[in-house]
Ligand binder design. Structure first.
Ligand code: G6P
Length: 463
């Protein structure tokens, strides 16, 4: 079996693995690499005054990480700039929040070239190279320029936006052309794949060959759907660990007789936290009899704090949670416990298991692994109810959740009411269908599916 080289901007540090603020992607990649072995290359998360390309190697859990420091200007222009002020909002359909700055593009180009220069010597002849996410779209092309002829895969963990949104990016053509340096490209859902294909056909004159690959001029690429999963067995075990039990008891003691609803998200405008709070407020307004009998624990570790839109959403949520609590709280009850920190995974599993309802209601999300973790953590005899946004990639697989339009406060309020009143038989029926999928299509299945396609590529593209 060929060795695997994974490249992503964010690399999970095994000791920090516990914390929720790393995002599901890093945790999933860590599980996949632990099982298969290989090298994981990316940014160290640190800055340096002058870029040297020095590689920090670390070993742990069968995974070798190799990371580099970046300059302050790189982080401003590439990470906080093009990746998180331009591509992230644009790919999540938030053109109103998208900033277009040439300097950002310069930084994006420079850092992708820096990644290519430093990772190049680590790539052996037979390695499978797998690049992840919007930070590194041009990396494949930069590696080809440096003589890499290996099979190269790329996975996008965000949505792929409809063409009419994507064309607002001045360099949209260059960005998409760069994807043709890869052999296989993966998306989480048919929707994102269709949008990609449609762009290539409409804007680049692409056609399909007999193998279903999309062809533009002399280049062809196979684009596939491969929905990412979690390490289900590990998470199910975490949910019955002593630490999870202790957390569950702590939650139950602090709220005797009340139903817990939980939300766990990086503090990001794409997660629909504002709309979720408003939906919950509507529920409290519509159901005076339920006040005092339910509460929402919203765990929201801060994220990308240098980016103004993230500072704004944080200030909005501070104000909104304060307003709702001020309006509805009583001397012995607070409707929202709003917490800006992450929890170690066993504790998180305990929180999920204690929760009667999970609210996973992003406005737009490539996948969303919290939905899968919540399901994996439930007690099979008395499972809770997952309320899931139909605009999360996860909704394509998890059709037995209570699916909602997260923009509608009324729908959210009704879904909360439905979930809290749902009889045990129905909860069990829905949960059994959900857990079967979460077990079957776990992170290892995802990894095998994508790498199987990549390994099957006969003649790697070298152009
Ligand atoms: C999303 C992205 C990942 C990213 C994660 C955490 O899941 O798709 O690429 O790593 O968010 O964000 P951060 O900016 O902290 O890496």
């Amino acid at each position: 079996m060929s060795r695997l080289v994974v490249i992503s901007n964010r690399v999970a540090v095994p000791s920090k693995d516990a914390s929720a603020n790393q995002g599901g992607l890093a945790v999933a990649l860590l599980s996949a690499l632990r099982e298969r072995g290989g090298i994981w290359f990316g940014w160290s998360g640190e800055t340096t005054e002058h870029f040297t390309g020095e590689i920090h190697r670390a070993e742990g859990d069968g995974v070798t990480t190799a990371t580099i420091d970046l300059e302050e200007q790189d982080i401003d222009e590439y990470y906080n700039g093009f990746a998180n002020r331009t591509l992230w909002p644009l790919f999540h359909y938030r053109i109103d929040l998208t900033e277009f700055e040439r300097d950002f593009e310069g930084g994006y180009k420079r850092v992708n070239a820096r990644f290519a220069d430093t990772v190049r010597p680590l790539i052996g002849d037979d390695d499978l190279v797998w690049v992840h996410d919007y930070h590194l779209i041009p990396l494949g092309a930069r590696l080809r320029e440096r003589g890499v002829t290996n099979r190269l895969g790329f996975f996008l963990h965000t949505p792929w936006p409809p063409s009419r949104l994507l064309v607002s990016l001045p360099s949209h053509k260059r960005l998409v052309e760069a994807l043709f340096a890869y052999d296989v490209i993966g998306f989480h859902t048919e929707d994102w794949l269709d949008s990609f294909h449609r762009y290539v056909v409409d804007m680049m004159g692409g056609t399909f060959d007999e193998d279903g690959c999309v062809v533009v001029g002399s280049r062809r690429v196979r684009a596939i759907v491969a929905p990412i999963g979690i390490d289900t067995a590990e998470f199910e075990a975490a949910a019955v660990s002593p630490e999870a039990r202790f957390t569950m008891e702590r939650m139950q003691m602090s709220s005797t007789g009340r139903s817990l609803m939980v939300g766990v998200d990086r503090l990001d405008y794409s997660k629909g936290l504002r709309e979720r709070f408003l939906g919950y407020e509507r529920f409290l307004h519509n159901h005076p009899d339920r006040r005092g009998l339910v509460y929402l624990l919203q765990v929201a570790p801060p994220s990308r704090e240098k980016v103004n839109t993230y500072q704004e959403i944080r200030a909005d949520l501070d104000a909104l949670s304060g307003r709702i609590n001020g309006e509805y709280a009583d001397m012995d009850w607070v409707p929202i416990r709003y917490v800006n920190q992450g929890y170690p995974r066993p504790q998180l599993a305990g929180i999920y298991r204690a929760a009667r309802v999970a609210l996973v209601t992003p406005l737009r999300d490539g996948m969303n692994l919290v939905a899968k973790e919540y399901v994996a953590a439930q007690d099979p005899q008395d499972p809770g109810v997952l309320i899931l946004s139909s605009f999360a990639g996860a909704a394509a697989q998890m059709t037995d959740a209570v699916l909602v339009n997260p923009y509608s406060a009324e729908e959210l309020a009704d879904a909360i009411d439905q979930a809290l009143s749902m009889p045990r038989d129905e909860r069990r029926r829905r949960w059994q269908a959900l857990i079967a999928g979460v077990r079957r299509e776990d992170v290892f299945w995802w990894c095998d599916l994508f790498l199987g396609e990549l390994a099957a590529v006969k003649v790697p593209v070298t152009g």
